[in-house]
Write a protein that binds this ligand. Sequence first.
Ligand code: FO1
Length: 314
Amino acid sequence: MTDLPDGPIAVLCGGVGAAKLLTGLQRVVAPERITAIANVGDDLELHGLHVSPDLDTITYTTAGAVSRERGWGLDGESWQAMEMVGRYGGVDWFSLGDRDLGTHLYRTHRLAEGASLGEATAEIVAGWDLGFHLLPVTDDRLRTMVTTADEGEITFQEYFVRRQHDVAVSAVRFDGAEDATPAPGVLDAIADATVIVIAPSNPVVSIDPVLAVPGVRDAIAARRNDVVAVSPIVGGEALKGPADRLLTELGRESSVVGVADWYRDITGVLVIDNVDAHHAPGIEALGIRPVVTNTIMSEPTITDALARTCLAAR
Ligand code: FO1
């Protein structure tokens, strides 16, 4: 068994890939040692509700309550409320399940009472008895915007869901990032961590909006030797979502070398899948140490082994 380091662990997170790795991490070390710092650029206001997809995907997945076939939202969902919204001609391209709505009702009410997104998130996490700490990277408004050829600039969810990310993107912007500040606990979690893991999330639209909050990228870069990133690209493709196409559309290489180049100034290690072992020299040439293992988290034993590898890799 690889010897695991002591001390606190920080994990930069997007949605599905990060949530899976977190379920492994919280099994291989005490969950209280883990602070997940999550992207909020996917958030949206819909039907007067504040929806935080990455925060909720992490919460529901680590709680074992996520819908396995969708990878988001809750298991055993019904869609009665959405059917009513659709009946009246309301926005129904973004499906909110009846159980999931409870989360958005609670979060929206707490925000209206003056609670921060971080405070509301901590209460929701407590409601699922999760042992790890889940922080939004910022409590401020930050929204990922993408520029498409046919519609110009649209919100991330209009791209990802309404367009099913089936449209080329020429630019990505994080609206509000320049005025945002790291949420309480974020910079301390990065400074105090023994290991900082960059989860296998989309580098362009999930990890970059986390790094875009002033102070966060510099804090991570300062700890580069203790940072371990996991490539979300395997064999040149994304396991889920548009990461491969986005890298290509933005003029970068959709490969583990392209990911290494994307993370060049902030990570000392890149964990890649066995199928990409031949790319190791190209990664080393960028001054990043490659760690080759099975990164396809298709079952808990693989997920836990990957979690151990990440913690032991720095
Ligand atoms: N993804 C979809 O493809 N279609 C949906 O209707 C949808 C609804 C939805 C509701 C709540 C939520 O937390 C996530 C939801 N997602 C949906 C996934 C979401 O777009 C992605 O999880 C992230 O924003 C990208 O990681």
